[in-house]
Design a protein around this ligand. Sequence first.
Ligand SMILES: C[S@@+](CC[C@H](N)C(=O)[O-])C[C@H]1O[C@@H](n2cnc3c(N)ncnc32)[C@H](O)[C@@H]1O
Ligand code: SF4
Length: 376
Amino acid sequence: MAGIYVHVPFCSQACHYCDFHFSTSRNTEYEVVDAIKQEILIQKSYLEGELISTIYFGGGTPSLLRTSAIADILNIIKKCFNISVDLECTLEANPDNIKKNKIEEWVDAGINRISLGVQSFRDEDLQYMNRSHNAEDSRRAIKLLKSSSVKNINVDLIYGFPSLTKLAWIDNLKSLLSFDVQHISCYCLTVEPNTPLFYFIKNKKEKALSPKDGRDHFLIARKILQDSGYDHYEISNFCKPKYQSIHNQNYWNRTKYLGVGPSAHSFNGVSRRWSVRNNRLYCNGVQDGSIYKEEILTRHNIINEYILTSIRTSSGLNVKNLKNTLKKSELNKFNLEINKLENSNLIIFKDEMLYLSEDGMMLSDNIATNLFVTSR
Ligand SMILES: C[S@@+](CC[C@H](N)C(=O)[O-])C[C@H]1O[C@@H](n2cnc3c(N)ncnc32)[C@H](O)[C@@H]1O
Ligand code: SF4
């Protein structure tokens, strides 16, 4: 099984925290869509005939695109690749783009999962983030989606910023629970370098984020969503039984994927490749392949990526398999680290599988880094 990611690099407004590649000018939209179609044709052998289990339109804001462009891209993908009958086909959407007829057009084009960027049900939070919609737009959008033929809906929320009190975060989660969606992603706000939020904090126009807020909010989300029947299957992801996202799981399981569009990443089991973060350069270079940079993965890269991603999931890290790939000195260091983490109650080690404890979940990146295999 393999996946395809289509990056749509346009947004109506720049959110102050966002470091993804997008442009608020839509001047190049037609050219970018044409270039994406060309790239799919050029790259049709990249996944070596593997069956495609997921197609994901991410961004940027794919819901801004005219539906005929989405349908054209999907038709080309379907001509070039073997598509699973159980295909998960996701479109990321912003609440202000949701219209009744548009949802049904997306479904007719082949979309069967919508991921809606709500972020918060409080207008003051949306203004802090510089979102293009208000809370009422989000409520209206979720209601429309729930009454449509889309039966797999994800909603993204963001937590961990100064104005979000614990009570406000609980209210946000309860507002979302009232809509009974199948999947919820909760992201702790990250201050990415060179974003407007980064400079606001640097220049003291906004308060710095508090890691304690992030931890408190994480525990609140975990408790409330688990108590409401959601499975906490990855640090940032919760789902109703059987609604785990195939797209997300493919990333964590090291399944091959082809990314098309400017800034999209691809992985073929041997190397990672990414294309230029510039719409004009992308369009100009797609034919001759000059848009790509590539990194051949070393043995260390492969092991460390497995540690970093598997440890975040509720399925855990398979220590038995990992140990078979480690050299003696690496194995000694790894065993020592596991003992330390177990004694600090940060991990649970059971039947050769390693899982993060609740305390460990809040330190997942540090724990993974401690377990990494180094070339020294
Ligand atoms: C890149 S956006 C694309 C989808 C859509 N444009 C939107 O904004 O909803 C995907 C998700 O990434 C999350 N995200 C982006 N930047 C983030 C940041 N700095 N910290 C936490 N979450 C972030 C947001 O929750 C967002 O819904
Ligand atoms: S968070 Fe989404 S809407 Fe906001 S700038 Fe980033 S990609 Fe665009």
